[in-house]
Design a protein around this ligand. Structure first.
Ligand code: SF4
Ligand code: SF4
Ligand code: F3S
Length: 266
């Protein structure tokens, strides 16, 4: 309660905004408690009241005032083709502003699969040459929080950890927090007993589907996907894709768009 709140600058490149949408739905802790009590969210161009020159001024002010002490959170990624012209932010190529803001940050958080791996805009043939942010930010620690979008409580969990302990959480070899990404969806899936028993859904409306059998033969990517969906679940722990009757499409994995995740059945 006596520590100053950590300043966070949250930038958006090529993206769909659903990472921010996910974040504001966090139930544990509530997003409002994170924003109002734990961090100082000084810039987020999607949800801030300021716009235009006023927002620009806040961005530069925060950068100068908290040099080396703010966290740069990035949603989306920079396109490099045509000198970055496919994403203009504040009148300049996003890639320029991204590397500029990263140079004075304490650490960087890559929100979602866009910032972590590239996601849909980097899928073949990737006309804008969109790249994950670690291809252009080389000299700062980066925490990757993949998912399209990431689970709200995973996002606020990462922020809670950083603000509580004053350091980044332990990361795996790919830069993801181990506490949320060390297990596959398949490892804790409630349909796993059906997988082990060889009971599979063969068609979307067959008897196995009605009985809640395993979705592996319908293309479920749970066995190769690292994320917390089968434990943390979504919407405050209510459900997750597999519980809704659809297999995991591997949305937190690198290049999931190019790996046949959508309806590529066995
Ligand atoms: Fe949207 Fe997915 Fe990118 Fe997040 S990772 S901004 S949800 S496309
Ligand atoms: Fe594994 Fe998917 Fe079957 Fe769950 S539904 S047990 S994650 S293959
Ligand atoms: Fe994504 Fe699979 Fe979870 S599709 S939301 S990682 S169950």
């Amino acid at each position: 309660e006596t520590k100053p709140r950590v300043p966070i600058i949250w930038m958006h490149g090529l993206e769909c905004t659903c990472c921010t949408e996910s974040f504001i739905r966090s139930a544990h802790p509530l997003a409002k408690d994170v924003v109002l009590s734990m961090i100082s969210l000084d810039y987020n161009d999607t949800i801030m009241a300021a716009a235009g020159h006023q927002a620009e001024a806040i961005l530069q002010e925060t950068r100068q005032m908290y040099k080396g002490r703010y966290i740069l959170a990035v949603e989306g990624n920079p396109p490099l083709n045509e000198d970055g012209m496919y994403c203009i932010d504040g009148g300049r190529p996003f890639v320029e502003r991204l590397t500029e803001m990263a140079s004075d940050a304490m650490a960087v958080v890559a929100w979602g699969t866009c910032a972590s791996w590239g996601c849909v805009q980097a899928a073949k043939p990737n006309p804008t040459h969109a790249v994950p942010i670690d291809k252009v930010i080389r000299n700062k620690p980066i925490v990757k929080v993949p998912g399209c979008p990431p689970i709200a409580e995973v996002m606020t969990g990462v922020i809670t950890y950083v603000t509580m302990f004053g350091r980044l959480p332990d990361l795996d070899r790919q830069g993801r927090p181990k506490m949320f990404y060390s297990q596959r969806i398949h490892d804790k899936c409630y349909r796993r007993p059906h997988f082990d028993a060889g009971q599979f859904v063969e068609e979307w409306d067959d008897d196995g589907a009605r009985k809640g059998f395993c979705l592996y033969k319908m293309g479920c990517k749970g066995p190769t996907t690292y994320n917390a969906c089968s434990t943390t679940r979504w919407n405050g722990g209510v459900s997750f894709p597999i519980q809704s009757g659809h297999g995991c499409i591997g949305c937190s994995e690198d290049a999931f768009w190019d790996k046949g995740s959508f309806y590529d059945r066995l």
